[in-house]
Design a protein around this ligand. Sequence first.
Ligand code: ADP
Length: 403
Amino acid sequence: METLAIALLFFILGGILSLFLGRKLKKREKELLLNDQAKDEKIRLLEFENRLILKAQESVMFVLDQTGVVTIANKQAREFFKKELIGRPFEKVVHIPEVYEVISEAIEKEQVIKKDLVVRLASDAFQLGEERSLFVYVKPLIAEGEGGYTRVQVTDTTEQYRTDQVRKDFIANASHELRTPLAIINGYVETLLDEDVLSDKETSMRFLKIMKKHGHRLGRIIEEMLLISRLESGASNVLKYDAFLLKDCISECLEHLGPLIKDKNAKVKVNLKDPEVTLEADRFYWNQILFNLIENAIKQNIKDKLKIVVGAKVCKDSGDLTIWVEDDGVGIPAEDLPFIFRRFYRVEKHHSQHKVKGTGLGLSIVKRAVEAHEGTIHCDSVKNKMTKFTINLPASLLVKSEG
Ligand code: ADP
């Protein structure tokens, strides 16, 4: 009886214990399940977040796993490398050796590497040999407990690189252009001081005149550089709009150029199909545009009895205005034509530049001023025959005549 009671007690205790343990196990199981669900949810959220980041990225972005295989890549990456990346080892898709090296180095050293590269792309991704500037950012994700994953980001910075290059060239050219007249002026000042030439009035006057000429040249270069930078600033208030007759603007320029025209024995014909054509534009810049084009036509040509035509015509259909300045002088060689609107570009070969030394900035100002008015300009030229600059302006710049 006693044994039976003890056995029963053990049985009951065992039952209670297994019930208790069973519950505990179930609870643990549940906890584990919940943990897994939470983990899945976290991963899902992370993936969603990654996808959003990848989509929002304007740069090329992809992620490599521990074996160097691409696991995630955005649309930009597919477009840049012109192939599907996911599931392929990066050495099979990254065809730019410089980029490949940066990725390898970052993986090997397990450290973040950021690099600006200038590469020549000889792949089918771009035209053969095209120079591009890239910013490469490689980040191994080891430190974040993400098990040897690596994030790669490639940004095409070519546009900014080119702008920087143009700016650097401009500064280099400008300094060079400013240094020449300055050195001449300094040279004469020193001669005047050192060699006691001041007592020789005739020589001193000659030196002072040369200094004056180069002082003017310095001033003109600075003025023109300021004009260009104002036009390039993109500020909305650069232009001051006013209504004026095109013929008045042309007359004013011809008046200023009168002595030069006379000196060259040139003939200037004004050919306005509609003499009353009125512009709603910035008169200051139109003076600059027409003055530069007409002055060029005169000063770039040494031939006697040069003929210049300044014309304008409103297109019947579109209402757009075409203005042209044409001369029958030396012309511009075809190989120089694409570059004449560049800053400081001069066609040295065919002109007697010692006589007509300009700043090389005139046509850049003309082009920028025309474009600031939403217009376009181009040049046609036949060597030893003619040069014609043609400007097209939208009808919106014209003041409609009443009636
Ligand atoms: P510059 O200050 O030297 O005149 P521009 O920018 O005005 O500079 O002109 C650039 C170059 O284009 C000139 O150096 C000249 O060689 C050439 N050019 C411009 N207009 C004419 C023209 N009407 N006939 C011949 N060459 C021209």
